[in-house]
Design a protein around this ligand. Sequence first.
Ligand code: NAD
Length: 253
Amino acid sequence: MTVRVAVTGATGRMGGEVLAAAADRDDVDVVLAVSRSAGETVEGVAVEAADDLPELLAERDPDVLVDFTGPESCVEYAAACAEAGVAVVSGTTGLGDDGFDALRNVAADVPVLYASNFSRGIAALRRAVREAVPALDGYDIELTETHHNAKRDAPSGTALTILEDIDDVRGAAERVHGREGEAPRSEGEVGVHARRAGDIAGEHEVLLAGNHESLSLTHRAGSRGVFAAGALDAAAWLSGRDAEWYDFTEVLE
Ligand code: NAD
């Protein structure tokens, strides 16, 4: 069965990657692409005005909307999907508590799958971190993430997800974002560092050190295509499911 997909933020970096990845697949069909500015053609798809999204959803009847935009638009588009009965896959980061609450409300009406990272490698990194942290009790932990110079939010949504994983297995810890001046490490804190440079798609390193040894777990995304592929896998998996909140790990399992 071919899943009918709508893409928001179609003129953005990830929107373009999703359209390119969809063109290479038989299991998804892009029936709608919108962006803040209409009129462009991306990967052979005409981009329409996001302001008209409610009408366009009714007219094109997609099964799933794939969203990589900004926190405000993500919530606004998801609400339009709840009205139209369209499932939502979102990878937009920087949502904050209010944004997540609004998105979870949408899951009462339509299926919603949210992931701060749609790569299989990050899913494996998260499992490795959840195993390594309790095995290396008392070791210092430092998390470093690196992204392209246009990224808005810091630390990355993926870094926040990994920090939650660490808190889950070790108990909530103080997070120290960068250090400057007289700033000795206190026991149990987790150092968090965000670098912004060039066109780097995404790198995350979890460093555990103690007992005269160190363990470094690192993931590097070679291109944004890896996230687009994961999001479309999620869209194909989500179509036709019950209205609920879903996690990307369920798609991988
Ligand atoms: P981008 O700036 O290249 O593109 C964003 C697109 O969304 C643009 O088309 C822009 O016009 C639109 N947009 C942004 N804010 C908007 C608003 N308020 N209203 C309407 N449209 C709006 O950014 P990008 O690199 O494509 O990243 C988009 C989002 O996806 C970011 O939150 C980023 O962190 C996230 N991301 C997630 C993953 C993942 O695997 N979950 C991977 C990469 C990027």
